[in-house]
Each structure stands twice: as structure tokens, then as C-alpha cells.
Design a binder for this molecule. Structure first.
Ligand code: ZN
Length: 193
């Protein structure tokens, strides 16, 4: 029997894995009530990604996963349940970086302070060497969209601005409370992810 899974089987497996990942991230406190994890849709990885409907990460089950278009972050099925506004973070990262397979968006209390202070987020011991030698760039949504922004990445224009801030080696530390918050990215797994 072939070891290769067809795309439908991969899709079924993906629904299970992605929902489990969501619950694991919640269990370990990586995502809070508003964080989310996504991955490309194995049936059409260049066009679609998979992300749960608007639901607390700890509650996500396979049937809660919705298929979204990478091109505009809208659901592939217009009758799909409501999604997270911040899904544009995911769509624009997939659109810009073809090698990114998965994205986690979360609000890390360990990392957010580095987006607010002048102290750079950088490796200081060998276990963090995957960060490289440069400090992570910081994305401030008000630089692109003015001081009256509500700090939420709520459309593809906002998402594209954030994605454009990513460098080949690092994810970006947004310094807004409701912006995208990404952990450092290793060289071989750029999807935050
Ligand atoms: Zn957020």
C-alpha cells in the first residue's frame, strides 16, 4: 500500500492535527482566548488555508475548521461561520511567503515588552541561537495607518503591512496590544509559527 496520503486524506488529517494543535497551544498557555493557529490547505496550498471559526482555541474541534482564501482572507464557502478579523495576518503571511506552512498568532506576555521598550529582542544564549545575530524587527501599526488606528489588524491592507515587515530570519514583534504577535522564527520553519 502506498505510503503517500492523497490530498483528501491529508485534509482530514489536517483538521485533526490543527484542532489538536489549537487545544495544545491553549493548554500550555501559548495562545490566550483570542490566539489562533492555521496551516495551508493540503488540497490547494497556494490558494487556501485552514483556520477555525471565531472560537476560543481551547474549544476547537475538527468540525470548527474553516477554509479561507489566501488572496483576500474570505471564506471559500460563503456560508461558512464567522471568522476572526485577524485572519488577515495569516492570509498575508501565506501570500508573501510561499514556504510558510503554518502560522500562530498569539499575545505573549514574554515577548510583547520587547515591542514597547528600546531593549532589542535577541539571543543571549545558545538555546536561542536560532534567532540569529540580529534583533527581531518591530511592527507599529500606527507608523502605517496613523495614531487613530484601533491597533487591530482587521483587513488585508493591515495584514500586508505586517507581513512586509518580516525579514528572512525573524518574525516581527508588533508593539500594539491587539496587533499580531509572533514568536521568533527559526531558519528552517519560517511560519510562526
Ligand atoms: Zn491578536
Amino acid at each position: 500500500m502506498s505510503q503517500m496520503m492523497d490530498s483528501d486524506a491529508q485534509y482530514t488529517q489536517c483538521l485533526q492535527d490543527l484542532s489538536l494543535a489549537s487545544r495544545i497551544l491553549a493548554h500550555h498557555g501559548i495562545v490566550d482566548g483570542f490566539g489562533h493557529v492555521s496551516c495551508r490547505d493540503p488540497r490547494s496550498p497556494k490558494e487556501h488555508f485552514l483556520l477555525s471559526r471565531n472560537l476560543a482555541p481551547a474549544l476547537v474541534q475538527p468540525e470548527d475548521i474553516v477554509t479561507w482564501r489566501i488572496s483576500d482572507a474570505e471564506p471559500a464557502d460563503p456560508n461558512s461561520p464567522r471568522g476572526f478579523l485577524e485572519r488577515c495576518i495569516h492570509s498575508e503571511i501565506y501570500r508573501r511567503f510561499e514556504d510558510v506552512e503554518a502560522v500562530v498568532h498569539f499575545h505573549s506576555l514574554d515577548i510583547i515588552p520587547f515591542g514597547l521598550s528600546p531593549i532589542p529582542f535577541k539571543a543571549v544564549y545558545h538555546m536561542a541561537s536560532f534567532l540569529g545575530s540580529e534583533s527581531a524587527p518591530i511592527f507599529d501599526i500606527s507608523d502605517s495607518f496613523g495614531p487613530t488606528t484601533d491597533m487591530l489588524i482587521r483587513n488585508t491592507t493591515h495584514g500586508a503591512a505586517l507581513a512586509s515587515s518580516f525579514s528572512p530570519l525573524f518574525d516581527v514583534i508588533p508593539n500594539t496590544a491587539a496587533g499580531a504577535h509572533a514568536r521568533p522564527r527559526c531558519h528552517t520553519h519560517r511560519g510562526v509559527s
